[in-house]
Design a protein around this ligand. Sequence first.
Ligand code: LHQ
Length: 268
Amino acid sequence: MNGGFETVRLEVSEAVATITLCRPERLNAFTRQMHAELREALAQVRAGRADGSVRVLVLTGAGRGFCAGQDLADRKPAADGSPPDLGASIEDNYKPLVLALRTLEMPVIAAVNGVAAGAGASLALACDVVFAARSASFIQAFSKLGLVPDTGGSWILPRLVGSARAMGLALFGERLGAEQAADWGLIWQCVDDDALMPTVSEVAQRLAAGPTRGYARTKQALWASISNDFETQLDLERDYMRELGRSEDYREGVAAFSEKRAPRFTGQ
Ligand code: LHQ
């Protein structure tokens, strides 16, 4: 697996892949280069899932920020001076990014080490589980630029915290601290700054030794439940159970239970 990027770092250890956004002097704001490299890093992680070498992904930021959203200086000026097509930037970069995370067949953990603003906040919330350092914060910076929450933000925010809080966050664009974010249910957990990476690493290693296919279907079922009606969801549960019931990990889980030993899941 290749770690030779400039704006992201990809490391794999004991089936845990860690992608670190790496433009610390700009709080890891997105440029076109970073989008391209992140896309390639995610493709390598996906390939790692297929060959069994990766079973969990951790996403974090270098330096004091997680991600400040779109780099507002990374503009390709139009030859005729016309305004930029932000829709094209969403279509080509941000939308595929969220879909790539959502469809990755493994748990994706965000380790939010510092400020997550604009599309950076949406990126964190597109992960399956979000841990944040106590000093980290979430800012729906879009409204200050006259834009709307993107990268799935307008969809996920009300579903996580309810309409009233989502509307306040999106319209006021104020900083929401990690502790309050956890209290509101925006994220899974707020931990002390120096405990962030050790905590995430311990959880990631635990998940990497677990039944990865089951985790993948669990993640997919829970995300799908947000828009499915009840009966559709029951059908989905049936289909996933049918598939998982034939998995090696299910056989192993039942065997380990009967033999009163710890299971040895392979992710198959
Ligand atoms: C930055 C940025 C940044 C460039 C910090 N760009 N340099 C999608 C599609 C297409 C286009 C439009 O947008 C979108 C979605 C979006 O993501 S819209 C939202 C874009 N992001 C923002 O508006 C956030 C802008 N940043 C901030 O408000 C602050 O930097 C925050 C509140 C994140 C952090 O504040 P501080 O901790 O005080 O840090 P700082 O402002 O001093 O930032 C450190 C450096 O990083 C600084 O550069 P400098 O040369 O002065 O040291 C900033 O200019 C630079 N930086 N965000 N998005």
